[in-house]
Design a protein around this ligand. Structure first.
Ligand code: SF4
Length: 411
C-alpha cells in the first residue's frame, strides 16, 4: 500500500505594523540588519522607554481594576513599586535603562527615602519616573474607566502585492499588531448635545470637540455602540511635515498605523464600528530639553498643528535658553499636545492598506534579491538622515552612511 506523503507546509510571511512598517520606513538597510538579522540595537534607549511606559500603564490599569485606587496616585506608594516591577521585567529581557533614565531599583537601595518632591520633572535622572507619574495621574483617571481590553492582538491576511507564481514567496501575507487599548462606547445623543463642561471625562471632551468625529457620530442611532482604538507613544508629538525627504514622516506613519489597526480590528467578529483612534504622545506631558528645542522650532516654523493659542506658554518656550531650567508649561498646553485624534474613514483606511502593501512589496523584493545571491547592501537600500545614521550600529561599514566615521576607534 502506498502511503500518501504529507503535503508541503504552507507558510505565509508575517508582517507587524510597528515592527516592520515603522522600522522599514526609518531605514531599509537598518531594518534588514536589526529585524531580519535579529541583531538587537546596542543602545536601545528609545525601545527601553517605550516598553517601560507601556508596561507601567498596563500594570497600573490592572491594579486600578483590582483595587479601584482613587486618583491622584501617590508616586512613592502607588507608582514607584510598579516602575520597579516593570524595570525588573525588562532587565530579564535584556533591556536596561541608562543610569540617568530612572531611579535605581528600590530593592538595591532600601534605605533611600525618595518622595514625589524629589522628582524634578526636567532633570534627566528622573524623566522616566516623572512621565510615568504624569501619564497615570493626567490621563489614567479618564482612560482606565474607558478600557474594554488592553494589549489586544489583531491579525489579518492580505493578497501578496505583485504576486508572481515563479517569483513570489507566497500568494498572501499576514499582518499583525497589538492595540494598546480598545474602548467600546455607547452613543447617547442627549449627552452629545449637552454642555461639554458637564462631561466628566477629559478624553470624551476632546472627542466631542472634534467636528469630524461628531459628524460621524450623528450617522448612528442612539444606544448603538462604537469603538475607539488607543495607542501610547513614548515620544513627543511629531511635526506634521518634515523638510528632509530622508526623514520618515512619523505624523503620517502613525496615522497609517491606526488606520491599519482599525481594518484588522474590523475583521474580528466581536468588533463594532470603529470611529476613531487616539494616540497619546506621552513625552509632551514632561518634555525633555531636547524635546523643548524641537517644540520651539516647530512652533516658530509652523510645523506643528497644536499649541498656537497658548501665548503664555509660547513666550516661556521662546525665552527659555537650553542651559536654563525648563519652563513650567500649563497643563492645557501639555494635554492638548499629548492627545491626537485620528478619524477613521473608508478612503483613508484603503489608502493606508495600499501603503502597507507597497512596503511589503519592497521588503519582499529585497528579500528575494538577497535569497538569489545579492549582497545585503546591494539588495537593501540604505538611505537615512544624519540623526538616524549617527545612532546606527551599522554606520562603520554601511556604504550609505551619512556621518563621518573615519575617527571611529574600536574600544
Ligand atoms: S548607517 Fe544610516 S544608511 Fe546605513 S544602515 Fe544605518 S541608518 Fe541606514
Amino acid at each position: 500500500m502506498k502511503l500518501p506523503s504529507r503535503s508541503k507546509s504552507y507558510m505565509i510571511p508575517e508582517y507587524s505594523v510597528t515592527g516592520d512598517l515603522l522600522s522599514y520606513l526609518t531605514c531599509n538597510l537598518q531594518y534588514r540588519y536589526q529585524n531580519k538579522g535579529t541583531l538587537p540595537p546596542s543602545k536601545p534607549v528609545q525601545r527601553w522607554f517605550g516598553e517601560f511606559i507601556h508596561g507601567v500603564i498596563e500594570e497600573a490599569y490592572i491594579q486600578w481594576n483590582e483595587n479601584n485606587t482613587q486618583f491622584p496616585w501617590d508616586w512613592k506608594k502607588d507608582i514607584r513599586p510598579i516602575e520597579d516591577l516593570i524595570d525588573l521585567r525588562l532587565q530579564v529581557r535584556g533591556l536596561y535603562s541608562h543610569d540617568e533614565d530612572l531611579f535605581f531599583s528600590i530593592h538595591n537601595q532600601p534605605d533611600e527615602e525618595w518622595t514625589i518632591d524629589d522628582l524634578n520633572e526636567h532633570d534627566h535622572k528622573k524623566l522616566a519616573s516623572a512621565r510615568a507619574e504624569k501619564a497615570i495621574n493626567i490621563w489614567g483617571k479618564d482612560l482606565f474607566p474607558l478600557i474594554d481590553s488592553s494589549e489586544h492582538l489583531i491579525k489579518g491576511i492580505r493578497k501578496m502585492p505583485n504576486y508572481d507564481e515563479n517569483h513570489s514567496r507566497s500568494n498572501y501575507y499576514g499582518i499583525n499588531g497589538v492595540v494598546d487599548v480598545l474602548t467600546s462606547l455607547k452613543i447617547n445623543k442627549t449627552v452629545e448635545q449637552s454642555n461639554l463642561d458637564n462631561i466628566d471625562n477629559k478624553i470624551l471632551q476632546y472627542l466631542k470637540k472634534d467636528k469630524e468625529f461628531q459628524k460621524k457620530l450623528a450617522e448612528f442611532d442612539d444606544e448603538d455602540e462604537y469603538e475607539i482604538i488607543i495607542d501610547y507613544k513614548g515620544m513627543k508629538r511629531p511635526p506634521v511635515e518634515v523638510n528632509n525627504s530622508k526623514v520618515e514622516n512619523s505624523w503620517e506613519t502613525h496615522k497609517q498605523q491606526i488606520l491599519t489597526y482599525s481594518w484588522l480590528r474590523s475583521q474580528q467578529e466581536s468588533s463594532k464600528p470603529i470611529l476613531a483612534g487616539i494616540i497619546f504622545y506621552l513625552n509632551e506631558l514632561v518634555p525633555s530639553k531636547e524635546d523643548l528645542v524641537l517644540i520651539k522650532e516647530e512652533l516658530n516654523t509652523g510645523l506643528t498643528d497644536v499649541g498656537y493659542e497658548y501665548d503664555k506658554d509660547i513666550d516661556l518656550i521662546n525665552n527659555w535658553q537650553e542651559d536654563e531650567k525648563a519652563p513650567e508649561l500649563s497643563n492645557g498646553f501639555k494635554q492638548d499636545r499629548s492627545i491626537r485624534i485620528i478619524n477613521v474613514n473608508e478612503d483613508a483606511r484603503n489608502e493606508a492598506l495600499l501603503k502597507f502593501d507597497s512596503v511589503v512589496a519592497d521588503i519582499e523584493e529585497s528579500m528575494i534579491k538577497e535569497m538569489k545571491g545579492s549582497k545585503i547592501q546591494d539588495a537593501w537600500k540604505g538611505d537615512s538622515d544624519e540623526r538616524t545614521c549617527s545612532a546606527c550600529d551599522f554606520k562603520t561599514f554601511c556604504k550609505n552612511n551619512t556621518v563621518n566615521t573615519k575617527n571611529f576607534k574600536i574600544p
